[in-house]
Write a protein that binds this ligand. Structure first.
Ligand code: FES
Ligand SMILES: [Fe+2]
Length: 438
């Protein structure tokens, strides 16, 4: 349970809000590199932390992220022409480079130097690791990019996707640190027949059925916390799923050695968020399997104008199963799957998180011991939000190596969390700056 006041503090992310200011101290993906396309390609409308933005790639391949409305008379730069080193507004032809600087003002007298003094509001932007990243915070606090394990991989080794979620970011994020739900929401009654996610242990579906009440441990780290869920198997060994939660809104999902899977939940506004995912191979090019093929198809789906529940239009696909059609629920499918919605695990997650309402009122919930990671995450976020409100800047964004951490999905004889960590310290990158105990 959370007081209404704390719930408001955690969930409101627009400009000037305490949580919004905390998020603005970090770099965030705003779209995928593939979706933006090549130089002088079509610009995209995105919305991040309650701001409407235009993302474009100029003639040189540099990326720009500008506030959507032209500083002249506020036409949306979505209508502009992206050509010859900048974005030219459709209304009167004023043109802006990737930094937002006005570089042409054809309707003003030729002798005027007004253009040199005019700058559209633009944010630092970088194309890396398959995402376009933007930093929306104060320039004097701008940190380096986070050093995620997958950031320097070539395009062949990973696939980057995003999936619109029509609810507050915290509802999605809480699902990411809730291992107990995989024994129900994502349950296949016959694990042999259900698709096996290749990045998890090959008997993952059987293991989460064998013990539906995982024992949880949370270890505080400089990046947030490492969270372990232990399930006891029939032969007395343990199935462990270890998930680093990386403040403010990312997680490295538990996977086997061959693949990695990371998720970053970026708030669109108070009532929507965009989880960005990257799945990668640690053994060279990412080949063909059910997950990578599915993700590649998602990654190349054409963008369409979509009107959010807040009335703003973004260029992004909406999932075929969504709130308006009860996520294509088919109860006849409940003989094989627990819920029976259409569209896989993403739809299963969204059907519960989005239908809670755009912002869940947490003053009415009743938490159990299986929710300790959720409680730890809220506390950590609230502490960072309050600290910043009191003038204490977060240290994490400036410690880019802290983001270099891994999740793990493994069978072990260790019942003890610390012993498990000690045995797998190298794999988990615990010796890096990322996982030193605070
Ligand atoms: S509104 Fe953009 S040039 Fe006039
Ligand atoms: Fe889930």
């Amino acid at each position: 349970m959370l007081s209404r006041e704390d719930n408001e503090l955690l969930t409101r992310v627009g400009p000037g809000t305490p949580a919004g200011e905390l998020f603005r101290r970090f770099w965030h993906p705003v779209t995928t590199s593939a979706r933006l396309g090549g130089p002088d390609g079509p610009q995209l409308r995105v919305r991040v932390l309650g701001e409407n933005l235009i993302v474009f790639r100029d003639t040189n391949g540099d990326v720009g992220v500008l506030q959507a409305f032209c500083p002249h008379r506020r036409a949306n730069l979505f209508w502009g022409r992206n050509e010859e080193g900048g974005l030219r507004c459709a209304y009167h032809g004023w043109k802006f480079d990737v930094s937002g600087q006005c570089i042409d003002m054809p309707t003003e007298p030729p002798a005027s130097n007004y253009k040199e003094k005019l700058k559209a509001i633009g944010y630092p932007a970088v194309d890396k690791g398959g995402f376009i990243w933007a930093y929306l915070g104060p320039r004097e606090q701008m940190p380096p990019l986070p050093a995620y394990e997958w950031m320097d991989l070539p395009d062949t080794h990973r696939v980057n996707t995003s999936m619109l979620n029509e609810c507050n970011y915290l509802q999605g994020l809480e699902g990411d640190v809730d291992t107990a739900h995989v024994s129900y929401l994502h349950l296949y009654f016959d694990p042999e027949k259900g698709p096996q996610p290749p990045q998890f242990h090959e008997n993952y579906r059987q293991y989460v059925i064998q013990d539906k009440s995982p024992k949880l441990t949370v270890k505080q780290t400089p990046y947030g916390f490492l969270y372990g869920g232990r399930r006891t198997l029939e032969d007395g060994s343990y199935y462990w799923r270890l998930t680093p939660w990386v403040a403010p809104s990312a997680s490295q999902l538990p996977t086997t050695e061959k693949y990695g899977h990371a998720k970053i939940n970026v708030p669109i506004d108070d009532y929507n968020h965009m989880p960005f995912s990257v799945m990668w191979s640690r053994e060279g090019a990412l080949g063909s399997n059910s997950q990578s093929d599915y993700r590649r198809k998602k990654a190349s789906a054409p963008v369409v104008p979509f009107k959010l529940n807040t009335g703003h239009v973004i260029d992004h696909t909406r999932e075929a199963s969504n709130l308006d059609n009860d996520f294509l629920l088919d109860r006849s499918k409940q003989t094989s799957k627990f819920v029976g919605v259409g569209g896989g695990t993403g739809a299963e997650d969204r059907c519960v998180t989005e239908s809670m309402g755009p912002i869940l009122d947490r003053s009415e919930e009743h938490l159990g011991v299986s929710d300790i990671a959720i409680v730890a995450m809220r506390r950590a976020l609230l502490r960072m939000i309050r600290d910043l409100r009191n003038g204490v800047e977060p240290a994490l964004p400036h410690n880019s190596e802290a983001f270099h951490v891994r999740g793990m999905d493994i069978i072990s004889q260790h019942a003890d969390f610390e012993q498990l960590l000690a045995e797998h310290a190298d794999y988990l990158l615990l010796s890096s700056a990322g996982a030193r105990q605070e």
